[in-house]
Structure formats: C-alpha cells, structure tokens
Unconditional design. Structure first.
Length: 339
C-alpha cells in the first residue's frame, strides 16, 4: 500500500491550537449531534482523530475539528470537536478559529460592513462566529454561544488539598468552577501540575451526581472541564478582571481563556450577582492571552431555568497548512499519547 496524505489547516486562539479537517467522512447520521455519537463508535473516523491528534503529529493537548454538513441551510457548516480523549459537545476557541477560517478561505463571503456572521452547527446547538475584518484581515471574532445557565452554585467537594465549594454551569458543555486560592494555589504555570491533578479529582468526584446531569439531553451531560480562577479585581476601565485555567477531558489544559468555559463563568457570575447584564468580564488565560466577554440577554429554558446569552471576543491566527503523511508500514499508527 502507498502512503496517504491528510490535509489540515491549523489556527491558534489565545494560544490554544485548533486543527481543521475538511475532507469527506463516511457518516450515516444526518445531524451534527448524531454524528458525534456515530464518530465515537466509528473505527475509521476515530482512527483519523487519533492520527491528527496523537503524537507524533499532535500531542496530549492537541485540539481540532472535523467540518461536516450543517443540520439545515441555516448554518454554513457543522463541526465535530475532538481532543485526545474523544469528542466534546462545544468549543469556543474552536468556533472562533472556524469563523476566521470560513472568511479567510472564502467559504463565507465577507459582509461589506466588515462584520460577517458565520452560523455553525455544533453538537450542543447552533452558534455564531461574528467575524470582524479590517483591510481584508480578520481583526477579532466574537463567539455567540448557546444559552448558558447555572446548575448548582454551591457544590461541596472534598479534595486532597481540603474541602472546597464548587460552582457548576453549562455553556454548551458543563464546567465546574473553583477559586484557586481556596486550594492554596494560583493560576500560574508553576502550579500547573497540581491544578491538573485537582482538576481530575474534582471531575471524578462530581461524576454521576446531579451537578453533572444535563436537564434535557443526556448526550450533553458530564463534567467536561474544571475551571480554576483567580480574582484580579477590576481593570483600569472598571471591568471585572479574572484569570483562569481550564483542565478539560482527562487532564488536558486549555492555553486560551476557554471560550465555552468563559460562557460558563458568565452564567455563574451573572446568576450570583457579581456581573450585570451587558457588563464586560476581562478573562485572562494561564499564558496571558485574553478574551473579553459579556452577557447580551436572558432566556428562559424549557425546564424553567434562567439562562444567559454569552458573547466572547478573542483573536485567532493561522499557524500552518499541513500535509500529513500516513505510511501504512508505520508501526506506531495511529499514534500514541505519552502523558
């Protein structure tokens, strides 16, 4: 057999990678949510995820997506988000990257105003990447996420560093949130090993509890990530300023401030009265990148929960176009994860 080549386009959003694959995939399902379930159980599709995500072509914290058809003509395309452990239900930094890619590649025509809405179907619903262009270059992208809501703002969790109170909110995926200082830590690279271990602990403790249950769709349930945050007070403009690191899946670290995680923080902060509707949150990452986020409105969910509509603004940049070679004689296919 001859070697195969796989083409991808890669971006980073706030330092977090996003690898885009646009080739045809053998799906039978007709919706994005159903294709995610199919991908989980499909050997050839999941093998491709591993080839593109695992070493030596990727790494333990690699992230990407398969571009697929949308659910209907209301969206430009759909996407299945993936990482080393499988497929996520939402991804804000990936949505930001996909918006820029759609405009820069010509898949979606740039609006004459310089603001182009790119509707994308993701497993948790339909989202919008609002792409701002200036002089034919993308300057920033706003991620308009699905309605986001708190699940439980005060969940006691026992950890190896003591008991803490955790907030849990959903913004396309479910995130537990804890102040780092409550564990004697800070959101700084020197504490990353401890934060990863605690993220796994907290996720395991909440697994199977009511706090991890999605009220409407069991496919969206489970704690996806644990957000550790620092309170930095207010910035020079009087805006609430926080720093966070999100430990998601099985010990993976988001280098960006985490798009859907930021949506969860907005739901928590607004529900507890720390952030007013329309007020901005300055949200920094562990590597110093930044999202600016706010809640644009309120919505009532079918089960009666009060939900919030997040807007998360960030920057994203093309990092490469790749032609990966897959030699069928390679004994390490589809790859490996060393961590």
């Amino acid at each position: 057999m001859t070697a195969a080549e796989i083409q991808t386009v890669d971006y980073h959003t706030g330092g977090e990678p996003f690898r885009i694959f646009t080739g045809d995939l053998p799906f039978e399902a007709t919706t994005v949510a159903a294709r995610r379930v199919e991908a989980i159980h499909s050997e050839p599709i999941d093998r491709l995820r591993k080839v593109l995500c695992f070493e030596p072509r990727g790494h333990a914290d690699m992230y990407g997506g398969f571009v697929v058809p949308p659910d209907d003509d209301g969206a430009a395309f759909g996407v299945l988000f993936w990482h080393k452990d499988g497929y996520s239900t939402a991804c804000g930094h990936g949505t930001i990257a996909l918006g820029a890619w759609a405009v820069e590649s010509g898949l979606v025509d740039t609006h004459p105003s310089g603001i182009t809405d790119v509707s994308i179907d993701v497993p948790s619903g339909r989202v919008v990447a609002r792409v701002h262009s200036k002089l034919e270059r993308v300057s920033r992208v706003e991620f308009l996420n699905v309605a986001s809501y708190p699940i439980d703002l005060a969940v006691p969790v026992a950890t190896t560093r003591g008991d803490v109170i955790v907030s849990v909110s959903c913004s396309g995926a479910i995130y537990a949130q804890v102040r780092a200082s409550d564990l004697g830590l800070a959101v700084e690279p020197r504490y990353l090993t401890e934060l990863i271990a605690l993220g796994r602990e907290i996720k395991h403790s909440l697994s199977g509890t009511e706090a991890a249950r999605h009220p409407e769709d069991e496919r969206l349930g489970g704690i996806y990530g644990v957000i550790f945050w620092d309170d930095l007070g207010t910035d020079s403009q009087g805006r609430l300023h926080q720093r966070n690191v999100t430990v998601f899946a099985d010990g993976e670290v988001d280098r960006s401030p985490c798009g859907s995680g930021t949506g969860s923080r907005l739901a928590t902060l607004t529900a507890e009265g720390s952030l007013e509707i329309g007020a901005e949150l300055v949200h920094d990452s562990i590597v110093g990148s930044r999202f600016i986020a706010s809640v644009s409105g309120v919505e009532e969910m079918p089960w009666g929960a009060r939900a919030y509509l997040p807007i998360v603004s960030g920057t994203t940049y093309l990092t490469g176009r790749h032609s990966f070679v897959v030699d069928p004689d390679d004994p390490l296919l589809p790859g490996f994860v060393l961590r």
